[in-house]
Design a protein around this ligand. Structure first.
Ligand code: GLN
Ligand code: ZN
Length: 766
């Protein structure tokens, strides 16, 4: 049978890291000067070839090409379109790889150096992209041949290549204007001819379909952007190439009508995040065009319920026939490569999981069921149903104890005993801190020595006792250093933590780890998110012994240090059989137990970090309030099992919280520390309209940069802060944890920070 008569199985993108993080290793080796550019390119080519082969063998007919990139695909789009800021030098003909890396990292193996481009989160995922920079005179032209070469290679390998492009409007939307501010949409008419050229070249290469990603169609779009969509796709429709307009991460909702009128040959929608949009799309999308349904969740690791997916597909098949295509909901970049290699996972839990390889197999199977009837795949379907049922009913997932605790929660469980004002007074008398108390965010430099101790322990080279003794020694060292620096509230340094989520997840029932479940976070950086598969409860105290030991060494308060419920949720793969709010509540209760135990162990200040509080914010504004309500409640539940005298801190590392400041106040933490020094205290503008009621420490030392702030600089920042926050409620701290920095710079920076606080205290006393 030819593909024309059949529903097509296709994919939107495959992880580029390689089955064993070959990409990461190669890129880092290249950065260190250990391999040549040619060797690097060879490794990249091999990863891509293997990815194509794997997908083809699974039964994918249209193979995504151009989904691979050395660092990030938005950066690759900037390189393709000639969007290279002037500080990286004039691009003559084609951009070279070192310039590409320099844009991402601020340096390159050839010695090139310049301030790197900004990096930020890709929608509501944990992937980060390099932000394109546009100036008012921005010109566009093709400055990279990588995409065209990849298409050629894929075709030589016998694949039907479907090039993947980030659409012109999403590209503009995700970028930033530099220099003079101006409306980015004014660049569209200069950008479109370059897209047209790209389409023309791809068409000359024999490409029939391209995938053009416009994920911003799942966002609230201003009217001028909606109009720009009409204009842009009208212009591009001149090309004879067929475009599959690809949307994901949410429903088209109020953009549905607009999308259904665009002159493109096909549309892809995400039914994993937004199954409810199927009805309206079936109603409005023209039936003589292609409709691709993303029925396999591209962002989570559970096996799909194929019978449920088939029901959705058949509803569409009745209208679209062979013009119905099957796909994952979004690029598989967000899931690990292959679950088969997981040796140590509980076999039952493993049977519930699908990584990228398994997901493309699911997609292909669904297409076969559509094309040849369910009878053709009856064995696979029934195996799938058995797995779905096994997971649904498994005793591993449901804990009567957890359920009972949740049903029994009292209404006041998320409230401290007294309001902040009263608590603050009690805490002031008990904890006895000066005005402008100084502290840090938790971690201290993770030295070679510390990593060595953890590694030796993991390998079994040292015993538990040896490990604990060595860690205690590290704690003692940082306590001494902090006392010498004159900090007021100390920390134990977090030497025992490789990662702020993984550390806690190992003590939680209902959570497992993979051996090789890496996903790309940015560039060569990969993370291995824990998998929350069942009801969560704390197995045993998680941090109490370390904190207690640290406190025993000092007369000053040492903060207990925890990761908050929303952040543990955000940086894990989460079960999809109950609302996120329910899972977060379970995590919150587990943390609450830890908080109560820390208090009982004599810890008077406990910090519950929520750096991911904002990133989990829904893409659509209408969904914000519901999220903020449950997220804040979960935080409060974790924090409010203690007496008034115990001081609860939280930490968030972003400064754009003007639009959620009320929700942050609703956390009712006694003290929060936030990032701000990079934005020069811009965040404080939020306090002009909203009187933040509790204590706050806007970061005065940018830990993302090796720069050391002087005492005077810190004083200036603090004086600015004092215009908005009364001295009794202002804390002095860095932006974030210090684990990525070196001791030398940290010592001087903290010394300056303490000196600044002391000088200001003296000014105020006189
Ligand atoms: N307590 C953590 C640390 O200091 C916080 C890290 C973070 O905010 N990402 O490392
Ligand atoms: Zn932080």
């Amino acid at each position: 049978m030819t593909t024309e008569n059949r529903s097509i199985a296709h994919n939107l993108g495959f992880p580029c890291i390689g089955p064993n993080r070959e990409m990461k290793k190669a890129v880092e080796a290249y950065w260190r000067g250990e391999i040549s550019q040619q060797e690097l390119r060879q490794i990249g080519a091999d990863i891509q070839k293997n990815n194509w082969q794997l997908q083809a063998e699974a039964g994918i007919q249209l193979i995504p090409v151009g989904d691979f990139s050395w660092y990030d695909r938005v950066l690759a789009t900037s390189a393709l379109l000639g969007v290279v800021p002037a500080r990286f030098g004039q691009v003559k003909d084609l951009i070279d790889l070192d310039t590409f890396f320099c844009m991402a990292r601020g340096q390159a193996p050839n010695g090139q150096e310049a301030p790197p481009c900004e990096m930020t989160k890709w929608f509501d995922t944990n992937y980060h992209y390099i932000v394109p920079e546009f100036d008012i005179n921005q010109e566009f032209r093709i400055t990279c041949e990588v995409l065209f070469k990849a298409v050629e290679t894929a075709q030589q390998c016998g694949h039907q290549a479907k090039p993947v492009l980030l659409g012109p409007l999403s590209f503009l939307w995700l970028g930033k204007t530099k220099g003079q501010t101006f409306d980015k949409l004014t660049l569209l008419d200069k950008l479109l001819p370059v897209y047209a050229q790209i389409l023309q070249r791809l068409q000359q290469q024999g490409v029939q379909w391209i995938q053009i990603d416009e994920p911003i169609l799942a966002l609230d779009l201003p009217e001028d952007w909606q109009a720009a969509f009409r204009h842009a796709y009208q212009q591009l429709s001149v090309s004879p190439i067929q475009s599959l307009l690809t949307t994901y991460f949410g429903a088209l909702a109020d953009n549905c009508e607009l999308v259904c009128q665009l002159p493109v040959a096909g549309l892809h929608i995400d039914l994993a995040t937004a199954p409810e949009q199927l009805e309206s799309v079936l109603q409005h999308w023209p039936q003589d065009k292609v409709l691709s349904l993303g029925v396999v969740d591209g962002r989570n690791i559970w096996r799909a319920d194929l019978s449920q997916a088939l029901a959705q597909l058949k509803q569409a098949q009745a209208l679209f026939g062979k013009r119905l295509w099957v796909a994952p909901s979004c690029s598989l970049l967000h899931v690990p490569v292959n679950v088969e290699g997981e040796q140590k996972l509980d076999p039952e839990i493993k049977s519930w999981l699908a990584f990228a390889k398994q997901k493309v197999e699911e997609v292909a199977l669904l297409a076969t069921a559509l094309n040849e009837g369910e009878a053709a795949v009856v064995a696979q379907l029934s195996e799938n149903q058995a797995v779905i049922a096994s997971r649904r009913d498994s005793a591993k997932i449901h804990s009567a104890v957890v359920q009972k605790r949740i049903t029994g929660l009292s209404t006041g469980v998320d409230q401290r005993q007294s309001v902040y004002e009263k608590r603050a007074q009690i805490q002031r008398e008990a904890i006895k801190l000066p005005d402008l108390p100084t502290t840090t965010i938790g971690s201290f430099p993770q030295t070679k020595e510390i990593r060595g101790i953890r590694r030796d322990f993991k390998r079994g080279d040292i015993s538990v006792d040896q490990y604990e003794a060595q860690m205690r020694d590290q704690i003692a060292q940082v306590i001494t250093r902090q006392e010498e620096l004159g900090l007021d509230v100390l920390v134990h340094g977090e030497a025992e933590r490789t990662d702020m989520v993984e550390y806690f997840a190992q003590f939680l029932q209902g959570v497992v780890f993979t051996g090789n479940g890496w996903v790309q976070s940015y560039g060569s950086r990969c993370v291995k998110p824990p998998i929350i598969y069942g009801d969560v409860a704390r197995k045993q105290p998680m941090t109490v012994a370390w904190s207690q030991y640290a406190q025993s060494l000092s007369a000053r308060p040492v903060k207990g240090m925890l990761t908050g419920p929303v952040t543990i949720l955000a940086w894990s793969f989460v079960r999809d059989d109950q609302p996120l709010a329910d899972t977060t509540l379970q995590i919150a209760l587990a943390l609450r137990d830890e908080v109560v135990d820390l208090e009982a162990a004599g810890i008077s200040i406990i910090q519950i970090d929520e750096p991911a509080f904002r990133e989990t914010l829904p893409l659509r504004r209408k969904d914000w309030q519901a999220y903020l309500d449950w997220a804040a409640r979960c935080f409060r539940i974790s924090a409010s099992g203690v007496k008034d005298v115990t001081q609860i801190h939280s930490h968030m590392c972003y400064s754009e919280f003007n639009d959620i400041i009320e929700a942050i106040a609703a956390l009712d933490a006694d003290v929060i520390s936030v990032e701000s020094s990079r934005s020069d205290m811009e965040l404080l503008e939020a306090f002009q309209d909203f009187d933040y009621p509790n204590e706050i420490g806007p970061g005065v030392y940018d830990i993302h940069s090796p720069r050391i702030p002087s005492t005077e600089e810190v004083i200036t920042l603090l004086k600015k802060a004092l215009q908005y926050i009364p001295i009794q409620r202002l804390w002095v701290n860095p932006d974030c944890g210090l684990k990525t920095r070196g001791w030398k710079e940290v010592e001087i920076a903290l010394k300056n920070m303490v000196a600044a606080a002391r000088k200001l205290r003296d000014c105020h006393a006189n």
